[in-house]
Design a protein around this ligand. Structure first.
Ligand code: CP
Length: 296
């Protein structure tokens, strides 16, 4: 699972059904010994920890891999690192990497790779957990209006979520600083002023400012950003009664969202994190079954 483009709508629905069953207490264990390893070349709290937990819940053997103490620091390439783990007997790897589309380097390797996020390219497993959270709330995607707000240009979540939500019949709109909206990258994206957008959407997805991917210093102060492009208490009051707030996190409290709204009644931010374990269980099981491994 490298990008959301790899998945047909039917496969996404199968993953969501499996993930929802895990959320409702279904237990599934590997029938044989399976070794998996999580290679995080870029920092992570949610993705790495939820993969660790999902793997243990499925009865997989998690082989620790710490990039900072590995031979990556002696200059070993990503290709040679993954080829080595395969030779040692690892059966699947999860990789997060700062380089867009790093996985192209690994095309000739047979080992299944799950993309835990590549640069500003894709974050398909985040998308599955976001979809699960939306589906649990509304029971459908068709006709839902989704607003994605903030640093759209540098966000792998914006790319993956917009693609999947459109595939499933939702309407996707964008807002935030216009210079961070790259129409070329997000095909057919419609840009809407934030004060108009908040009144219309069923789901408002806020994005973190990806400082680490900005070539130059921001032209606007964080306080001004919050007033102009953030979810303030006033904007939250203008949302439809049943509308929900999401954010892939980590959150810059008081910047893209008022700190008091992070855990408000309509926030599903921590619910989505909880769903991360179940979504990743479904994704791991699907990837391993496609290689012939069996689960009880
Ligand atoms: N949402 C997300 O990918 O968080 P982490 O960077 O902590 O994994």
């Amino acid at each position: 699972m490298l990008t959301i483009s790899d998945l047909a709508p039917e496969t996404i629905k199968e993953l969501l059904n499996d993930a929802d069953a895990f959320a409702n207490g279904k237990i599934s264990k590997a029938k044989s010994e399976i070794f998996v390893s999580n290679l995080f070349y870029e920092n992570s709290t949610r993705t790495k920890t939820s993969f660790d937990i999902a793997e243990r819940k499925l009865g997989l053997q998690v082989v620790p891999f710490d990039v900072s103490t590995s031979s990556v620091n002696k200059g070993e390439s990503l290709y040679d690192t993954v080829k080595t783990l395969e030779a040692l007997g690892v059966n699947l790897v999860v990789i997060r990497h700062f380089q867009d589309a790093y996985y192209k380097e690994l095309e000739s390797i047979d080992l299944p790779v799950i993309n835990g996020g590549d640069g500003k390219g894709s974050h398909p497993t985040q998308t599955v957990l976001d979809l699960l959270t939306i589906y649990q709330e509304f029971g459908k995607f068709e006709g839902l209006k989704i607003g994605i707000v903030g640093d759209v240009k540098h966000s792998r979540v914006a790319n993956s979520n917009a693609e999947a939500l459109r595939k499933l019949g939702a309407k996707v709109y964008f807002s935030g600083p216009s210079e961070w909206f790259d129409e070329g990258a997000i095909i057919n994206g419609t840009f809407v002023a934030l004060d108009d957008l908040v009144k219309e959407v069923d789901v408002l997805i806020l994005l973190r400012i990806q400082h680490e991917r900005h070539g130059e210093k921001m032209q606007i102060s964080l306080g001004k950003y919050h007033k102009k492009y953030g979810l303030t208490k006033e904007r939250e009051k203008a949302m439809k009664p049943e509308a929900i707030i999401m954010h892939p996190a980590p959150i810059n409290r008081g910047v893209e969202i008022d700190s008091d709204l992070v855990e408000c009644e309509r926030s599903r931010i921590f619910k989505a994190m909880e769903n991360g374990v179940f979504a990743r269980m479904a994704i791991l099981k699907h990837a391993l079954e496609s290689k012939g491994f069996e689960f009880e």
